[in-house]
Design a protein around this ligand. Structure first.
Ligand code: NAP
Ligand code: FE
Length: 370
């Protein structure tokens, strides 16, 4: 059995990890740009902890709090300009996947302030600024991945990038920061992590180690999310810790395997209708299982034994937790998605011969509710 592990991020998880590892915040220079969304960094308590440790380390900081959900490339470009104008030596991203992904891009633009926004997707001249990440959702696993997903202003479409410079120097996962998340965002972000683990487990890129992470992620995430959904109550601290660990394990799988058609097909719902990313991806997981299980029956059985559920129960549980109150795509919107499938790595990573015809069948069934 062969496998490959590349996880260059120094990862600290558990309660109090930011203040316990304050020296990390003094290692990369004396001026720092903080990249956040509108309110999550403050609400979660993470901003107060980070500014306290920066000040204790004698680091001057400035706040860039303009990152929205599904971050715009232009906003990240502006963040890079802000970093350069402030003379930032390093960047700290605080938030869910949106601010964390944005911080990766801000660090790249901060090191290359002359670079045009779309040049992010080409090789750059200067190194990116070093950056640290502090998570406030248990979902994307962006803390440990090289991926960063921007919404390109001109097209309104999401486009991923990532390279050896888009890994954080260190990441901090304190599950207490997720306690201010609503039940709804807890569910949607948790389902994003479930998608990373399940898509990765059956992807063409999977290996022995990514499988281990995927199975452990699903063992932590599925029962905990189900309990939260059934009770409609915010998870207790133990459940928060399980969700956070699950999202990090799923991020390890994601970093190795990337995502498949579930993420690609979910993008139009987030881009055009603001369906939360995790819900948009999870809508396709039952169809993904339907497609993958017959292709890899033994591998599927290993998973089902480990999580104590067979395909039908797993699909039903995911469907139960995933809202379906989106507007069906028009024919032209569906055609635009079909065009995106051509040459898509998400399609290439989907196992088996997932033909154009099969793609259309699945997309139509779910996105047009036919
Ligand atoms: P998010 O877009 O970062 O945040 C969703 C909402 O939750 C925002 O309103 C945010 O507020 C709020 N929020 C976040 N943490 C909170 C907290 N602790 N308390 C209260 N409110 C909080 O959600 P996400 O699902 O974590 O990230 C989604 C993005 O990540 C998408 O753009 C997706 O494409 C990307 N993604 C990246 C990767 C990767 O590997 N890099 C993988 C999957 C997905 P604020 O607006 O104030 O922050
Ligand atoms: Fe995702």
């Amino acid at each position: 059995m062969s496998f490959c592990i590349n996880m260059p991020v120094r990862l600290y998880t558990g309660e109090g990890v930011v203040r316990q590892n304050s020296a990390e915040f003094g290692r990369y220079g004396k001026r720092c740009l903080l990249v956040t969304g509108k309110s999550s960094a403050k609400l979660s308590g993470a901003l107060a902890d980070v500014t306290a440790v920066l000040e204790a380390q004698g680091v001057a900081w400035e706040l860039f709090d303009k990152v929205g959900q599904n971050p715009l490339l232009s906003v990240c470009h502006a963040g890079g300009q802000a970093a350069a104008a402030f003379g930032a030596d390093f960047v700290v991203g605080i938030g869910g996947g949106s601010p964390l992904d944005a911080a990766k891009a801000v660090a790249a633009f901060g090191g290359n302030p002359q670079m045009a926004p779309l040049a992010l997707y080409e090789p750059w001249q200067n190194p990116a600024l070093p950056f640290l990440l502090v998570g406030t959702t248990a979902g994307t696993g962006s803390e440990v991945t090289r991926f960063s997903i921007m919404t390109v202003d001109e097209t309104g479409c999401k486009r991923s990038w990532g390279n050896e410079q888009s890994y954080a120097k260190a990441a901090f996962g304190d599950p207490r920061y997720t306690e201010s998340l609503s039940v709804d965002f807890t569910m949607s972000t948790g389902l994003d992590a479930v998608s990373h683990a399940l898509e990765g487990y059956f992807s063409t890129e999977a290996d022995a180690v990514s499988d281990l992470f995927a199975i452990e992620a699903l063992r932590l995430l599925l029962p905990t999310l189900k309990d939260a959904w059934v009770s409609s109550q915010p998870p207790n601290p133990q459940m928060r810790a399980r969700l956070y660990d699950g999202s990090i394990y799923a991020g390890m799988t994601l970093n190795r395997c990337g995502t498949t058609f579930c993420h690609l097909f979910g993008y139009p719902l987030s881009e055009q209708q603001a369906v939360p990313h995790g819900y948009a991806c999870a809508l396709f997981l039952p169809a993904y299982l339907e497609w993958c299980v017959p292709l890899m029956p033994q591998k599927a059985q290993r998973l089902f034994r480990a999580i104590g559920m067979y395909a039908a129960e797993l699909s039903d549980q995911i469907a139960m937790m995933t809202p379906t109150d989106y507007t069906p795509l028009s024919d032209s919107e569906l055609e635009a998605l079909m065009a995106r499938c051509k040459d898509s790595t998400n399609i290439a990573r989907t196992p088996g011969a997932f033909s154009t015809e099969e793609q259309r069948v699945v997309a139509t069934r779910i996105l047009q509710k036919r």
